[in-house]
Design a protein around this ligand. Structure first.
Ligand code: ZN
Length: 382
């Protein structure tokens, strides 16, 4: 049993000064003020004076990190997971880009087998399958040889209990709406992305059950005032949460601010879309089947197209505040409660009794000091 005391607690728009949070068996069991004597005598006290305690970050799109690429080798998911808490990440969706069905099966089997002995790290909540039902005209860094048309038979065993949490597809492809409906029925979240959908095609996708968009504005036509398209449909529909990559390269900071003003607190989700070079030096890395040149700020294919990012999620939060002028509490919601909502999870993304004890202690300049995953402490350098 742990008791984290004296931090400024921020969760879901609320602020508690000089807080106390009691953790038992990996769960948060009590939240209040330190002077209310919440902490049982047997609890190990942690003095967090001067620090800010926030819910653990959830990344819905991570292709790899620390030199590993999940699509090239799904077995590296656990290695990466052990090192993600240094960025404040306590749970994530390992993202498999367009690849043969055997790659998806291998990644699912790996998650279903569970972590290796003594594992201590961020929790993979299931896969984000980005593809293979994408529009070839907006394939980005996806191998066109593995793209295919949507087919309900191909997704027959995709469900959260089978390791699939989120699927990105292009809603304008023939058969896409049937796939959206069957996945939604099984509790898999469906996202629109890598798409040429018109406004009307996008609306049909939203009606069928799409609730999210993968890296809004990237790999889709830009906003046009006479042909509004997918981007406008997503921005205008309050049911849709939009994912975005605030590295200052995928989107101009002014567009990030516009998206924020348009969608509000609950409609924006920050992702990293980071690839294997996150946490590494510039050089040549893999993303799926392709070689990617990584510089100081970006990752690109040989023709210059972007191929994921090298953004960490804590840096993404700092960037988002700088780009939009929003409060820390608002920025936090985009990486905690909102991604939990996208996945339909009711036990993550907040600091409240009954929630999983996934939390981060931050300095006043928003650097990660300590991360707690399931109530276990993981320091940034572990
Ligand atoms: Zn993508």
């Amino acid at each position: 049993m742990l008791c984290i005391q004296h931090a400024t607690l921020l969760t879901l728009g609320q602020r508690v000064d000089d807080s106390a949070v009691v953790v038992d068996g990996g769960q948060i069991v009590a939240v209040g003020r330190a002077h209310d004597n919440l902490c049982p005598p047997e609890a190990q006290p942690i003095d967090a004076t001067g620090l800010t305690l926030v819910p653990g970050f959830i990344d819905l799109q991570l292709n790899g990190a620390f030199g590993f690429d999940f699509t090239a080798n799904p077995a590296t998911i656990w290695d990466v997971a052990t090192r993600l808490p240094r960025f404040g990440v306590t749970s994530f969706l390992p993202t498999i880009i367009t690849s043969p069905p055997e790659t998806v099966s291998a990644a699912r089997a790996l998650l279903q087998k569970g972590p290796p002995p003594e594992f201590c790290g961020a929790t993979p909540l299931g896969l984000h399958l980005e593809g293979p039902f994408l529009n070839p005209a907006k394939r980005g860094a996806h191998n066109p040889a593995h793209l295919r048309l949507p087919d309900v038979n191909a997704v027959a065993d995709w469900s959260p209990s089978n390791g699939v949490r989120l699927v990105t597809l292009a809603p304008e492809l023939p058969g896409a709406l049937d796939v959206v409906r069957v996945l939604r029925e099984r509790g898999v979240a469906v996202s629109a992305g890598h798409s040429m959908a018109t406004y009307e095609e996008a609306r049909a996708g939203l009606e069928a059950g799409i609730t999210y968009s993968t890296h809004l504005f990237n790999a889709m036509p830009p906003l046009d005032h006479r042909a509004p398209g997918l981007a406008a449909a997503l921005l205008a529909d309050p049911r849709a949460v939009v994912g975005l990559i605030p590295d200052g390269i995928h989107l101009h900071p002014a567009i990030v601010k516009l998206i924020w003003q348009s969608k509000g607190v609950a409609g924006v989700n920050i992702v990293t879309d980071a690839m294997g070079a996150l946490g590494m030096l510039p050089g040549k890395y893999k993303l799926g089947d392709f070689e990617v040149m990584v510089g100081e700020n970006s990752a690109r294919l040989s023709d210059g197209r972007l191929a994921g990012s090298i953004l960490s999620l804590d840096q993404a939060v700092r960037n988002f505040i700088a780009f939009t002028g929003c409060s820390l509490n608002e920025a936090l919601e985009t990486v905690t409660a909102t991604p939990a909502k996208v996945l339909g999870l009711t036990d993550r993304g907040q600091i409240a009794p009954g929630f999983v004890a996934d939390m981060v202690l931050l300095t006043s300049d928003l650097r990660v000091v300590k991360t707690f995953v399931n109530g276990s402490r993981v320091t940034p350098t572990d």
